[in-house]
Ligand binder design. Sequence first.
Ligand SMILES: C[S@@+](CC[C@H](N)C(=O)[O-])C[C@H]1O[C@@H](n2cnc3c(N)ncnc32)[C@H](O)[C@@H]1O
Ligand code: SF4
Length: 338
Amino acid sequence: MKLTERALRAALWLASWAIYHNGIHADWAYEKMQRPRTWLTLAANLANYFSRRPRVHRMFGVVVEPVFGCNLRCQGCWGAYALAGRRPTHMPWRLFEEVVDQTPSYVETITFSLMGEPLMHPRLHEMIAFAADRGFRTIVFTNGTLLTGDALIRIAQSPLAVLNVSVEPDAESSHEFRGVDLAAVRRNVDAFLAAKRSETQVKLSLVAHSGNYERLGRVWEQWAGVVRHVKISPRMGTNFEAGGPGPLCMEPWRGNLNVFTNGDVSPCCFDYFAELAIGNLYRQTLEEIVQGEAYRDLMAGLLAGQAPQRCVQCTEWKAEGVPLRAPKRPARRPSKAS
Ligand SMILES: C[S@@+](CC[C@H](N)C(=O)[O-])C[C@H]1O[C@@H](n2cnc3c(N)ncnc32)[C@H](O)[C@@H]1O
Ligand code: SF4
């Protein structure tokens, strides 16, 4: 590992400790922050959060939803909600081009994920190439089950920076919570590793929940010598009964924009119904959305203790038995939303 990479990782690990009281988020952050200007963007955005200003300095990253829909029904995933018919299943190519063309060059990463399985998009490899051609580092999240045959070769030969394969820690929990034969996913990952470009990193992504928490450590035994990077994040959920002012969540301030198949743009990746949509790319440009009134109003509402229902019902900031992600709302409210 190069010295600069070590220094960046150490700094992120410390920051992760300072904010979340554990180092678990350092690798997630490093994946999206390998260019110095991304650090400056985040610092400026978070300065707004900590000084309670309802604005972002500029866009941090972009996440697109190539496919709305999935071949699996993992427990705890938003796929379990009745979403069908709410928006198109595939992101139209023209919309995708608009997203990439409108993303400023200072943005480092374009990620392919959100509410579905990206490998179900027949042009995913072309999307990766299109974004990489314009200088963006590309990241894909996949359940790994469709990483076979021609699709595997096309993705392996594409200029992809990171392939995140979402798994459970062992065969039993994979069967129970994802309905997936872990050995089959392992064969696909082995084949991908053999066919991929040298610069593409492969990582495992795990969601911690009360059903697998005790078994999380098994992932390192199972994948020893195959995949080095393992990322763990807490399972988020929705408490439909929740009330009150809601959290003062940092996520909207990060400037990470999520673009759904219908062009809706939301600052939260857990916003599966796009209830927090701050604009739509068929009506506005990305820049107009970032600087727009809807985005400012959302942040001002959070600052004023008037969080939208989606935020009030989100369990990210109070998931039990798993690491804390967002700071709890401070006991004392900010005196005014500037
Ligand atoms: C929704 S999936 C979409 C991409 C792809 N289908 C996959 O499984 O990686 C993106 C990531 O969200 C994770 N995820 C699913 N449900 C979650 C939840 N309730 N809380 C936190 N993360 C979740 C998945 O494990 C996966 O790593
Ligand atoms: S976690 Fe991924 S694979 Fe599982 S249901 Fe959700 S979108 Fe599909």
